[in-house]
Design a protein around this ligand. Structure first.
Ligand SMILES: Nc1ncnc2c1ncn2[C@@H]1O[C@H](COP(=O)(O)OP(=O)(O)OP(=O)(O)O)[C@@H](O)[C@H]1O
Ligand SMILES: [Mg+2]
Length: 369
């Protein structure tokens, strides 16, 4: 759906999967899953895009329980976490588990709306408010009435507009652009960012007063590399969903899940999901994992040497593991060369691999212990 706006065409996409839309907003309804989901339930949740955060690691069990508890309140929630950790899914879960679940869930990517259109898109406008405003237009706030408005990438909202947003949140009333009438709003606000909020406030990307208004609850989605067995669980769930969709019964080969476990997944669940899809398409019955280097590792930087890409926030232990495994891959699985290159003993390399719980096939592939 598109509409004329200020002489330009703006875009409003209506779909249930934001990743599949090009526009700044989605409007959808979601079913909530009743609790932790396994097996067939997990497959169905992935397929149907049910608001279900899969995961049985202590970190994810805690996050899911916390989200369900706070879902019933009217308080604002700010979701923080690296890209691909499931913030949008968490917002859907908050909505689906709330008393507002029968109302709309409106998801707006603040970074995808041109700065000069943000106010009109959020609060709406009256006919004649500006050239091209040929009819009255309801903004995202009004469309989310009775439901949840998810403001993604909130730190990308122009700072001047943040003061207006704060005012609407404080008063519960808005005025459309070009209008005078105050309109009461009944909307629950959930926001998300993958920036550190303290830095965003310090850099004046986010007003401090707005931050405190939006962050009654702050929920951090942990990176996938800290979720232990969830990596396997999610990989299996994504593969099962693909099998269901295509009437196949492919399964992972011996080493695939160990390799998945060993990778640090800088793109988190999104990267894993895409990796499983790619691996599924490229494999026959036994699915080998096709992990691709991140954008920074594929270039010829550092004088043509391969690189390891590490997001800020990884622990020293994770960084060490990633470097060791990347070096091992570079050395074709040869542990002695890996040890030489890293300047440690062969025993250290061997002990580390055992400590990572990497399955024997990877060790056997090294073939030189
Ligand atoms: N716990 C989970 N269980 C099942 N699927 C998940 C989970 N977490 C994320 N996903 C899937 O991974 C993809 C990315 O998730 P989502 O869009 O919610 O991440 P995000 O944190 O909003 O990312 P970004 O910061 O890049 O916007 C989606 O396809 C989502 O369905
Ligand atoms: Mg998102």
């Amino acid at each position: 759906m598109s509409q004329e706006f200020g002489g330009e065409v703006t875009f409003l996409e209506f779909a249930t999967d934001p990743a599949k839309t090009a526009g700044p907003a989605t409007i959808a309804t979601f079913a909530a899953s009743p609790g932790p989901i396994r097996g067939r339930g997990a497959r169905r949740a992935v397929k149907d895009d049910t608001a279900a955060l899969l995961g049985e690691s202590p970190e994810m069990v805690d996050v899911s329980a916390h989200l369900r508890r706070i879902a019933v309140s009217q308080s604002t929630v700010m979701l923080v976490g690296e890209s691909g950790t499931g913030k949008e899914l968490a917002a859907q879960l908050l909505h689906a588990c709330s008393a507002r679940s029968h109302g709309p869930f409106v998801s707006v990517n603040c970074g995808a709306i041109p700065a000069n259109l943000v106010e009109a898109e959020l609060f709406g406008y009256e006919r004649g408010a500006f050239t091209g405003a040929v009819r009255q237009h309801q903004g995202y706030f009004e469309r989310a009435e009775g439901g949840t408005l998810f403001l993604d990438e909130i730190t990308e909202m122009p700072i001047e507009l943040q003061a207006k947003l704060l005012r609407v949140l404080e008063t519960g009333r808005l005025v459309r652009v070009g209008g005078t009438e105050e309109i009461a709003t009944d909307v629950r606000i959930v926001t998300a960012t993958n920036r550190a909020c303290d830095a965003a406030v310090r850099d004046r990307r986010l007003r401090e007063d707005l931050y405190y208004r939006l962050a009654v609850f702050v929920v951090k989605l942990p990176p996938l590399r800290q979720r232990g067995d969830d990596i396997e669980l999610l990989a299996e769930a994504f593969l099962a969903a693909l099998n269901d969709d295509n009437g196949t019964s492919k399964c992972f080969d011996q080493s695939a899940l160990a390799e998945a476990r060993a990778h640090t997944w800088p793109g988190n669940v999104r990267e894993l999901k895409n990796c499983v899809e790619r691996s599924y398409v490229l494999s026959d019955d036994l699915v080998k994992l096709d992990i691709q280097p991140g954008p920074e590792t594929s270039g010829d930087d550092l004088e043509g040497r391969e690189c390891v890409r590490l997001p800020i926030g990884v622990t020293m232990a994770d960084a060490e593991r990633e470097l060791l495994l990347a070096t091992l891959r570079h050395c074709g699985g040869n542990k002695r060369r890996t040890a030489d290159m890293l300047g440690v003993s062969l025993k250290t390399v061997y002990n580390k691999l055992v400590g990572y719980g990497i399955a024997t096939p990877l060790l056997r592939a090294a073939g030189d212990a």
